[in-house]
Design a protein around this ligand. Structure first.
Ligand code: URA
Length: 425
């Protein structure tokens, strides 16, 4: 088989055969298909799309390029959640221990932030001592003893995706629904979960800016999961404004702990409980303890503390704080009509919460505290938000990112998206 024949098939709008897909992924992983050939094929896929059969076989080939984890030794069903990423999206932190407290096992392989969206591992690493890298044996140990584990994916998991994602990143081919869906699902299926709930974010702070695009991505991923025997459902959820009131690594850990203590902002609590119920149902545990009760009675907090300790962290340690703060006052009295997720995400990134290149460090204390959300009434001069950074030189570029990102007016002009927009199964 020749790479050029595979490229030409897709370039001319035809379906790739199972043999072509199998061969090209395997040869690319081994270095026998060059980067320029794979990037040309990725562009042809972006322009011409893939059928359900193709995307399923493409995912399968990427999945088989590496290891597949096996949790059959556990005495409870496994459930996982994946979010396509957003601003202030710390839901994994309270959700994993919450679902474990209700009886399912949660093996969660997470990533780091890049660009304006945060990463779960960066957030957890703000807890003194906490370790993201675990061997498969350590992962099983934490999972068996606490019911939940959140850690970094090893290099043996879907190596074809690792290579292809880095290539897509520099060739303008990230935004292809079949390529995004197969990339996410190859890793999630390789992780070995029996059931999966996808949180597909919609809005300015998300990958998918519109409901139709988000729906297409969600339907593609649900189809791939189903084809691979993983019970998969998706929720489309709002990312036109940030989630919760804190954006930044340690700040988001702080807010997650508030939720586990029975408090926290209502949107974070509502989405955490809804996703937990979906995960338990997908795992076949509809009769399990209700997640709202596990937040109220402290059992989710107990799992959180055990999970953090099992990975070397101290759940009682003080979290890092940024040295400098700057309040942004409301420009007028009225209703906060808009608080743009993308603007807030970029501002938090500029403050040091995110990284520009994969190898950059993050500032654990940097970020933004939001004192008002869309729909809230504010008074002129009252702080709308507080910026946190390690040094004051960061404030100017954060302020520039926030220009036009919020608005105070007499009344709401455009209704924010509902928190949960749609369910796809
Ligand atoms: N996240 C992934 O893991 N892969 C993509 O292609 C996009 C987002």
């Amino acid at each position: 088989m020749h790479a050029i024949d595979v490229i030409v098939t897709k370039r001319d709008g035809h379906e790739l055969s199972a043999e072509q897909i199998e061969w090209v992924i395997d040869a690319y992983t081994k270095g026998e298909v060059a980067d320029e050939q794979m990037s040309s094929l990725a562009m042809a896929i972006l322009l011409n799309g893939m059928s359900r059969r193709e995307v399923s076989q493409w995912t399968d080939a990427m999945l088989r390029s590496g290891d597949r984890m096996d949790w059959s030794a556990l005495d409870r069903p496994t459930a996982d959640k994946h979010s396509t990423g957003g601003v202030g999206d710390k839901i994994t932190l309270p959700l994993a221990p919450l679902v474990a407290a209700c009886g399912a096992a949660v093996p969660q392989l997470s990533g780091r932030g890049l660009g304006h969206t945060g990463g779960t591992l960066d957030k957890l690493e703000s807890i003194p001592g906490w370790r993201a890298s675990l061997s498969p044996e350590e992962m099983l140990g934490v999972l068996s003893s606490t019911g939940a584990v959140i850690c970094a994916a090893g290099t043996g998991l879907a190596p074809a995706d690792r290579k292809l994602y880095a290539l897509r990143d520099v060739t303008g081919t990230v935004e292809s629904i079949p390529l995004i869906a197969s990339s996410i699902m190859s890793k999630k299926i390789a992780e070995g979960t029996g059931s999966l709930v996808l949180d597909v974010k919609v809005g300015s702070g998300a990958f998918m800016k519109t409901v139709p695009r988000a729906r297409e991505l969600a339907e593609t991923m649900v189809a791939i999961g189903t084809d691979h025997g993983v019970r998969t459902i998706a929720l489309l959820t709002a990312m036109d404004r940030p989630l919760g009131r804190k954006v930044g690594n340690a700040l988001e850990v702080e807010e997650s702990v508030e939720v586990l203590a029975g408090g926290g902002p209502s949107d974070v609590v509502e989405l955490t409980v809804r996703l937990a119920r979906e995960m338990l149902a997908a795992a076949g545990m509809s009769g399990a303890k209700d997640p709202a009760d596990a937040l109220a009675d402290g059992s989710a907090m107990d799992v959180w503390r055990a999970m953090i300790r099992a990975q070397g962290g101290d759940p009682d340690a003080a979290l890092p704080r940024a040295a400098e703060t700057l309040d942004i006052p409301a420009p007028a009295s009225g209703v906060l009509t808009r608080l743009d997720a993308y603007g807030v995400g970029v501002a938090a990134w500029r403050l040091g919460a995110g990284r520009a290149r994969k190898e950059d460090p993050v500032s654990f204390g940097a970020g933004i505290t939001l004192h008002a959300k869309p729909g809230d009434t504010v008074r002129e001069g009252q702080p709308l938000m507080t910026l946190h950074a390690d040094d004051t030189s960061r404030f100017d570029s954060a302020l520039a990112s926030l220009e036009g990102a919020y608005e105070v007016a007499g009344e709401l002009v455009v209704e924010p998206l509902p928190l949960v927009i749609e369910r796809i199964s």
